[in-house]
Design a binder for this molecule. Structure first.
Ligand SMILES: Cc1cc2nc3c(=O)[nH]c(=O)nc-3n(C[C@H](O)[C@H](O)[C@H](O)COP(=O)(O)OP(=O)(O)OC[C@H]3O[C@@H](n4cnc5c(N)ncnc54)[C@H](O)[C@@H]3O)c2cc1C
Length: 435
């Protein structure tokens, strides 16, 4: 059986069976069939580590559950099967004046995957996370029950399922609320900053008036330049008389290069180029390059070669976030193992709905590290020590190596959550962090 990979390509998983789920009838037969193998839903595999992998078990590929069920054009409430991707929703709904209320940094994600990781976007401080906009969903359990849950119906099971890493059963369909937009464009304000102090100031000022905020940080910069970066604030553009023409062009990385193309030279060149290439000011951007710059290059994860890369995303609480982010950047800069994409943003105060939801108040930093084996793992352990001391948490959707201790510290409600896990479902991640 061919191994199933997730996005970071560092985890090899050999399921004993991979089954396509083309419709609800097959879903029901598979989930209740009792093949004796632990099951797990798998959407587009855009999680970086092992939350979507299931060695020795059965993978249920959900991308065949791709039907739209209902859309109310006046309220923006959409009901669809769980394998529908965010890209398909945008293609259908943006021309009708509706946009996702929350979107991660790729559109190539299924609704089921977005719910199971309770994904967040650049607008957490305004809109919370994906689950805040899920009004209802249906969960298929291995007992054969099909349970509709929402914040009001079976709220306990709803809270376990959103952010529940696919462990409470198979989500078959969901109903989500969209937000109205005037067109497909964004107004984006770009500001370069030269240190973290300025980032915190810019961010605090922008959060009150911009729904989307995020910063790229040059994590290779040292000394007085440590913490320099580019701050981007955005909002959906208002109605305009004329809009620029926009045409999507997509490229692909067709093959695995024999070695990683990401090394200290290319990282330094990219970071310097990005910093000097950014232009301060306000401009219009189509929503695709604004939200999904990486989607322009299909299979971009191949640039890291066959050994793949680790993504590391943590959140630090407000009281410790400033010192904590500084300490993380110091350690990364000292290690010389930089990251192309070091993304810093703050989460707002809206409490997450899921027992295992990652978003919580504070600052979140996301980084990519080429896999250099032990040296990289040592650096990540070093970063864990900072996160742990700061009372922070790691994001399972991005993780391939957090320890059981780190998981328990990150998710205080994990024991309560375990009582909702469907006995026929499991994952490599779950076995790793709970053994
Ligand atoms: C370029 C890029 C940018 C990203 N940016 C962000 C970001 O900004 N914010 C963010 O939060 N995340 C981000 N992510 C992570 C990504 O959004 C999540 O990992 C997402 O959950 C992937 O969805 P998927 O459909 O590929 O699900 P998979 O990765 O296949 O699965 C994810 C989890 O969902 C479960 N699952 C999938 N379908 C179902 C179902 N029908 N029923 C029950 N469980 C199910 C799986 O079992 C698994 O536990 C990014 C990823 C990439 C590659």
């Amino acid at each position: 059986m061919k191994a199933v990979q997730s996005w970071g390509r560092v985890c090899a998983s050999s399921p004993l069976a991979v089954r396509a789920v083309p419709d609800l009838g097959v879903a029901q037969a598979l989930v209740t069939g009792g093949a004796g193998l632990p099951m797990l839903a798998h959407g587009r595999g855009r999680s970086y580590g092992d939350v979507c992998l299931n060695s020795g078990g059965m993978i249920l590929r959900t991308t065949g559950l791709d039907r739209f069920i209902a859309f109310d054009r006046s309220s923006g409430v959409l009901r669809c099967e769980a394998g529908v991707t965010l890209q398909h929703i945008l293609e259908l709904c943006v021309p009708m004046g509706w946009f996702l209320a929350v979107t991660p940094g790729t559109r190539d994600v299924t609704v089921g995957g977005a719910i199971a990781n309770d994904v967040h976007g650049k607008n957490h401080h305004w809109a919370g996370s994906f689950a805040h906009h899920v009004t209802r969903l249906e969960l298929l359990r291995s007992s054969g029950e099909r349970i509709v849950c929402s914040p009001d119906e079976r709220p306990d099971l709803f809270s376990a399922t959103v952010g529940g890493l696919g462990l409470t059963g198979l989500i078959t369909w969901a109903e989500i609320e969209l937000q109205p937009v005037a067109n497909a464009f964004m107004t984006v304000q770009t500001t370069r900053f030269s240190n973290l102090e300025t980032f915190w100031r810019l961010n605090a000022a922008a959060e009150a008036s911009w729904p989307y905020t995020v910063a790229w940080i040059d994590c290779l910069a040292r000394g007085g330049q440590r913490g320099r970066g580019v701050f981007m604030a955005g909002r959906h553009a208002a109605m305009q008389q004329s809009l620029p023409a926009w045409q999507e062009s997509r490229r692909t990385i067709p093959l695995d290069p024999p070695i990683s193309l990401v090394n200290s030279l290319s990282l330094r060149a990219f970071n310097t180029f990005y910093w000097h290439g950014a232009r301060d000011g306000v401009a219009l951007s189509h929503y695709v390059p604004y939200f999904y710059p990486l989607d322009a290059i299909a299979n971009w994860n191949r640039i890291y070669g066959r050994r793949g890369f680790f993504q590391y995303q943590c959140v630090l609480p407000p009281a410790t976030m400033r010192a904590g982010v500084d300490a993380l950047l110091q350690r990364i800069s000292r290690s010389g193992q930089g990251s192309f994409l070091a993304v810093l943003k703050t989460f707002g105060h809206r409490p997450s709905l899921g027992m295992l939801s990652f978003p919580r108040p504070g600052a979140t930093l996301a980084l990519d590290f080429p896999n250099h084996g032990r040296a990289t793992l040592r650096l990540l352990d070093d970063l864990d020590a900072v996160v742990s001391q700061a009372g922070g948490a790691l994001y399972p959707a991005k993780d391939a190596r957090m320890s059981s201790t780190m998981f328990r510290q990150s998710f205080a409600a994990w024991e309560q959550f375990s009582s909702f896990v469907d006995p026929a479902f499991s994952s490599d991640f779950w076995r790793r962090v709970t053994h």
